[in-house]
Design a protein around this ligand. Sequence first.
Ligand code: UFG
Length: 336
Amino acid sequence: MNNTILITGGAGYIGSHTTLALIAAGYDVVIVDNFSNSERWIPARIAELAGRPVQCIELDLCNAAATERCINEIRPAGVIHFAALKAVGESVADPLRYYRNNVTGTLNLLQAMRQHGCNHLVFSSSATVYGYPEQCPIDESAALCAINPYGRTKLMMEQAITDISSADPDFNAALLRYFNPAGAHPSGRLGELPRGAPNNLVPFVAQVAAGIRDRVRVFGNDYRTGDGTGVRDYIHVMDLAQAHVQALAYLQRERQDLVVNLGTGQGYSVLQIIQAFARTIGHDIPYEITERRPGDADACYANPSLAQALLGWKASRDLDAICADAWRWQLHLGAA
Ligand code: UFG
């Protein structure tokens, strides 16, 4: 039986951890990546951690002909699709690049999959499709509403995939809506590689802890939350990776579509994250309260019970594990 899974964006943050999880589960994996937001040494690092070679093809999904050739050559049993741009601010400044890269790239991939009878797609979606959530915890039936170009690309990709699977009973897709991925591989040898100042809270806090930046800027303390700072659902990247393995198995077994939230169900405020990280490193982390960042919601955390019911998946790593693994990775990257 063909056991090969193609992972687009497999050299990226979540893609690299998922590649390892799939190999551990017994799949053959082929990474495709254009390295626009990842490093060329990552596939070798994955191979080192997996203890076996990993095939990697440099490919930009915006190139329809090359994408078609790749699918034709590999003939994967399924595809896990991570490759996308993901910075909200950048998407507001350069929306065309986001629509072209994310939406066109996905349509090219879908076209090639349809052409060559590849019928299982696991798609990297985001809680961003809920916009400003009306209530928390958020379940999958909550209203969908994107509030920036990045979010609109995620929503468009979800809609295109859903329409294609509705039109063809042989084609099945899993839409996985991540909350806030954080943490790193427990070896300390794989993790997120932010270019420049991190947009996301946990890597920013890690850089302050390492002395690379002088303080965390806490974006507002007048939100309608316990301590006034934004509340999010931080999910360990290793738990997230495992969910992809189970989603793929679900598609192969049930041959049905799937839409699930991937979060812990537990919200933490910005100040709680800073405190948890300070506990990990054993000293305080400097911060200052600044203006709100435009577009941020008060609170955003998942009801993850559908993923548990359908996939038997539940996050097993807590905030301390996220901080400990993010810190080990930061030490590997270097301190000031
Ligand atoms: N925050 C700070 N200081 C920082 C960075 C973040 O106070 O330097 C705060 C934010 O205001 C927010 C929380 O920390 O309250 C988390 O912010 P992140 O940028 O880490 O994450 P977001 O929840 O804003 O964004 C994440 C993903 C996006 C996705 C969004 C909604 O990174 O891709 O969730 O699903 F669109």
